[in-house]
Design a protein around this ligand. Structure first.
Ligand SMILES: Nc1nc2c(c(=O)[nH]1)N[C@H]1C(S)=C(S)[C@@H](COP(=O)(O)OP(=O)(O)OC[C@H]3O[C@@H](n4cnc5c(N)ncnc54)[C@H](O)[C@@H]3O)O[C@H]1N2
Ligand code: MOO
Length: 559
């Protein structure tokens, strides 16, 4: 629901209901969001076209370029030097263990990088959909036996559909006090409400002087920060001044105390070094003039943005409400605690998805565990007032895979029904009604769910929140990576600094099977491997994980 008609979408006011219980819930959610955002520190949260090498440009014409830099220097500084969990031959069965849960990729006779050497990256070369192209992929109705099912959309097309769906509705605006605005997206550009600095100010503790020296001075504390303006300084005189104090009119320069010699006997101040006019004076408006744009609409409110907004005179910020997401975990085989037993396994997705979605800027409720109960799923979908409902499992065609039948029964519109990507190909994006919630159905295999999250949920949420989707950027891959014959592969990778003049690159990780999280848990991002695979030394697109900069160095854990 992206419209402004819901109870939580009232323009100009916070949408949450009042009351002590909801206030507590809100505070808990804020804390959870702050924890999630803490994970994200340092990543490019505006999706801008900043400092990453070869990062593609934001295609939304209305977005200003943002100067975020991410040179990956943190990897250097943290000493990412050796193999973390690298895979010399990252093919579909490259998890280092017998690998039986893929029936789609050849084990012998894989399509190798040799055949891929002339293959262009389908994901990067497929043209972005034009505004004339229909939003819905051209899928034949499975109910029409006369029509063969059409192939699922390529990975980048599916992402574009999700992004466009998210941007499709009106973007409501609320005003939030600074202490509640963290992590939201600015609905409007932030214009300075004042000159910064708002008066000529001393940059150092020392002496304000007028004209050439030596200068006569008065004893005493002199001019302090936060005090009323001083009288004009006569030529040949000096007055003590503190950092941040207003500089008196007619001041020529500020001399730092350590560069001044005070001749108490004669009552004269001497400079120990030459004085340059204007030195150590921060002129009014040096940082910005009132009305100047400080950051553009679409910027994520980080701690630094909060500080800037306060300095520029803001008490509250116009932001887009966080998209609200319900998480529904499906599967009778799932345990919430303890060790797997008797064919039951731990739910790996419930604990993962909430923080991950919060790191993407969402307000999350759940996870609710529904088992394999079609009625419960139907009720949960029909009663949700979220913007997006994320389900896990049940997307395939097994006897208890209820996602498709329930979406069908609710008359949902399927926007993406399967994607040509591995893992994760059964992922689905639907809308329950024209102004109702979106549904992203993530496959149950955990890495397939991650793939669905980054392919569909991330660009959809970015669109709803008014933030550009994370653009893939390109990096050299230091290994041959086997490909699927027809589909894109998403492979966990770590960034590595170039050594001895070599270029920065990414290394694929092992344990990248659809049911595994071990690879992605040590990864900085996912490499987008085109059909057919790539040779070592090829550039591939990278999707960063939101917390990539915080990933601890795990050298030696797996080697
Ligand atoms: N006949 C076919 N069967 C399957 C196909 C296919 O093309 N034809 N695709 C396979 C692929 S690929 C995937 S991915 C899965 C997707 O299946 P579902 O989305 O229906 O997921 P489930 O069957 O419920 O579960 C799959 C697998 O994942 C485990 N799982 C589920 N939820 C969780 C969770 N929260 N935490 C940890 N693990 C979970 C579940 O136990 C299964 O092992 O379909 C294939 N089948
Ligand atoms: O290969 Mo599935 O799409 O396990 O993810």
């Amino acid at each position: 629901m992206t419209g402004s008609d819901g109870p939580h979408r009232e323009s100009g006011s916070d949408f949450r209901p009042a009351g002590p219980a909801s206030e507590r819930a809100r505070e808990e959610e804020e804390r959870a969001v702050e924890q999630a955002l803490a994970l994200v520190g340092g990543s490019d949260r505006t999706g801008g076209s900043g400092g990453r090498p070869n990062r593609s440009q934001d295609h939304r014409g209305d977005q200003d370029p943002r100067g975020h830099q991410d040179s990956r220097g943190h990897h250097d500084s943290r000493g990412h030097q050796g193999p973390r969990d690298e895979d010399p031959h990252p093919g579909p069965s490259s998890d280092g263990a017998p690998y039986n849960d893929r029936d789609d990729a050849p084990r012998d006779g894989r399509t190798t990088a040799a055949t891929a050497s002339t293959t262009t990256n389908a994901a990067s070369t497929t043209p972005a959909p034009s505004s004339e192209q229909p939003l819905l992929p051209d899928r034949s109705s499975p109910k029409d036996p006369a029509k063969p099912p059409s192939p699922p959309p390529p990975w980048d097309r599916a992402r574009a559909i999700a992004a466009r769906a998210g941007r499709g509705g009106p973007t409501p605006t609320i005003r939030l006090p600074l202490d509640r605005a963290l992590g939201h997206v600015l609905a409007e550009a932030l214009g300075a409400l004042t000159d910064l600095p708002s008066f000529d100010t001393s940059a150092m503790d020392g002496w304000a002087v007028a004209g050439p020296g030596p200068w006569a001075f008065e004893t005493g504390a002199g001019l302090l920060a936060g005090r009323a303006p001083a009288a004009a300084l006569p030529d040949g005189t000096a007055v003590r001044i503190a950092t941040g104090a207003r500089v008196p009119p007619d001041t020529t320069a500020v001399i730092r105390s350590e560069h001044a010699h005070v001749d108490e006997a004669r009552g004269l101040l001497h400079a120990r070094r030459s004085v340059v006019t204007g030195q150590d004076i921060r002129a009014r408006g040096q940082e910005c003039r009132s009305g100047e744009q400080l950051v553009p609409a679409g910027t994520v409110v980080t701690p630094a943005v909060l500080g800037l907004a306060a300095a520029a005179g803001y008490d509250a910020l116009p932001v887009v409400p966080r998209p609200r997401v319900d998480i529904l975990v499906l599967g009778d085989e799932l345990l919430n605690a303890g060790l797997p037993h008797d064919g039951l396994i731990r739910d790996a997705l419930g604990p993962m998805l909430g923080p991950w979605l919060r790191a993407l800027g969402a307000e999350v409720s759940g996870p609710r565990r529904l088992g394999d109960d079609a009625g419960a799923l139907r009720d949960a979908l029909a009663s949700s007032d979220a913007d997006l409902i994320v389900t896990t499992g049940g997307t395939a065609a097994g006897p208890v895979d209820h996602v498709h039948p329930v979406l069908d029964a609710l008359g949902a519109e399927l926007l993406v029904d399967g994607v040509a990507v591995r893992p994760g190909h059964p992922m689905v994006l639907a809308r329950l009604s024209p102004d109702g919630p979106y549904v992203v159905g993530l496959p149950g295999n955990p890495l397939a769910a991650v793939s669905g999250l980054l392919t569909l949920a991330e660009p959809l949420l970015a669109g709803i929140a008014g933030r550009p989707a994370q653009d893939p950027y390109r990096a050299l891959v230091h290994a041959e990576v086997h490909g699927h014959p027809h589909d894109t592969r998403l492979v966990p990778v770590v960034h590595r600094p170039g050594r001895a003049g070599g270029r920065d690159h990414v290394a694929p990780l092992r344990y990248n099977g659809p049911a595994m999280l071990r690879g992605v848990a040590g990864a900085d991002g996912l490499a987008v491997v085109p059909p057919g695979g790539v040779r070592s030394g090829t550039e591939v697109e990278i999707l960063d994980l939101p917390w990539a900069p915080a990933t601890p160095w795990t050298e030696g854990c797996f080697t």
